[in-house]
Design a protein around this ligand. Sequence first.
Ligand code: F6P
Length: 327
Amino acid sequence: MESNKGIRRIAVLTSGGDAPGMNAVVRAVVRTACANNIEVLGINRGYSGLINNDFHKLGARSVDGLLQRGGTILYTARCMEMLTEEGVQRAANNCRYLGLDGLICCGGDGTYRGALALSRQGVPCVGIPGTIDNDIGCTEYTIGFDTATNTAIRCIDKLRDTMQSHERISVVEVMGRRAGHLALNVGCAVGAAAILVPEREADFEHDVVERIRAGRINQRNHHIIIVAEGYAMSTQEVADKVQAETGMDTRVTILGHIQRGGAPSAKDRIQATRMGYYAVHALMEGRGKCIVAMQRGEIVDIPIEEALEMKKPLDEAMYAAEQSISI
Ligand code: F6P
């Protein structure tokens, strides 16, 4: 990587839904900056802190202990003002007033839209993917996804014990907003009988009911069904329909925000460290309008406009493999 092209002071913020590993990103950014004689400001509550001048200085020692801590010490928010011209102007003016040579923003696609608006005002911005949804088109991986997947798995393993005892079906709702990546990965890792995601229009009879019936013929007395929160039917509707069609007792569990908490996994700590380090170097090398991404296992950066256009398809091969062996 190249040497520093005049970067003296930068800021870091976390925005959108929090994700395990965001703190590790803040640590990596601060430590990398300090090692290159760059001052760092931590902006509180995402873009709203930028608009309202809510920040504090961060040094190498102020990020001690952050690698293993869930949540984000910078707090996070979804800032509606950044969707307005006036909000963007205020944020950009504050960046100039604070003498920022760059801004690093960790979050999802809403966060990148804010970064794009600011970079168009002349503020160099680098985005880092941090969301449990893993729904960012330009990157194979988003920080927090692995921890959230593991958290969901641990919960569902416990549910399986009680479902087995009572010969019931557990219908579990997994987060993911409008995407099914988290649901698919969780479903694969728990051996779900059926996985319902927004990306696939399910034939309920074929994809759910017949699979439960086939399982019963094969002496399987309990099942797990995973429903992504963005799926067309509510999780309760799915459970009611399954019970009506199969005669088996169902129970609904909505995992909810528990999936966003907890200490980051090794994978999330490592990716946060790599991406945070990379983001500061991208600014130092003068690439201040990009998203840090993982492609084919390598860390790269993609121009923000291009990144926002990219879509992430569901992993159909994973879906097919899981479905063929889970009954
Ligand atoms: O984007 C992360 C996420 O956890 C989604 O999976 C979920 O739909 C949403 O945030 C929930 O947001 P909130 O914390 O505002 O309820």
